[in-house]
Design a protein around this ligand. Structure first.
Ligand SMILES: Cc1cc2nc3c(=O)[nH]c(=O)nc-3n(C[C@H](O)[C@H](O)[C@H](O)COP(=O)(O)O)c2cc1C
Length: 183
């Protein structure tokens, strides 16, 4: 006897619960600091998930469709999301993140007086508009200088930001797994 629709849905739900979670971490990074954070997150998540780490300019939109969790990170540029990242997200088809958990982070200068004007809340808004379900509040990691080009400094991360990144990755992975188990 053929399966009924609700039985097929139950099987699909079950399959999602038992297979290894697929996480996609997409980042943009001009000087390498956001990339280092994304790498730390990927390393942490790889212990319990299948992780793909990719720079946004190398991302194939088809890869997005198979993920359970999409994490996006970029620096704050001019109080906002860098134009290249905005262009990429705006070109993605509406609804591409439907049914997926999403989270966003940025790198921002700690002593910058307007540091509340940061990229990650806007990034998360883009991900939500594409159908994603936020799994955590937007997260900021701190760097120490606004203008690396002038200072010649490239390694900008403040102490313990990589540790914070690992902890955050652990939390969002746990939350995504819990929601999958409930769903
Ligand atoms: C064009 C430009 C604009 C920037 N604007 C801001 C800003 O508005 N607020 C801020 O906190 N940092 C700003 N920064 C500093 C970046 O946040 C910093 O370079 C970045 O976090 C480093 O990350 P990355 O190494 O991944 O590029 C700016 C940097 C550049 C190059």
């Amino acid at each position: 006897m053929p399966l009924q629709t609700d039985e097929i849905c139950d099987i699909a739900r079950c399959e999602r619960k038992v297979r290894t979670l697929k996480a996609l971490i997409v980042y943009h990074s001009q000087f390498g600091n956001t990339r280092r954070l994304a790498e730390s997150m990927a390393e942490t998540m790889r212990q319990r998930a299948e992780v793909r780490l990719v720079s946004i300019d190398a991302l194939d939109a088809a890869e997005v469709e198979t993920a359970d969790l999409v994490v996006t990170g970029s620096p704050t540029h001019a109080f906002a999301v860098p134009q290249a990242v905005r262009d990429f997200l705006e070109a993605l088809p509406a609804g591409i993140l439907a049914g997926m958990s999403v989270a966003a982070f940025d790198t921002t200068v700690k002593v910058w007086p307007l540091r509340h004007l940061r990229a990650s809340p806007r990034l998360l808004r883009h991900l939500r508009r594409l159908g994603g379900k936020p799994i955590a509040p937007p997260q900021t990691f701190f760097v120490q200088t606004r203008n690396p080009q002038k200072s010649g400094q490239i390694d900008l991360l403040l102490d313990d930001q990589l540790g914070r990144a690992r902890q955050w990755a652990e939390q969002i992975l746990k939350k995504t797994n819990e929601e999958r188990a409930e769903g």
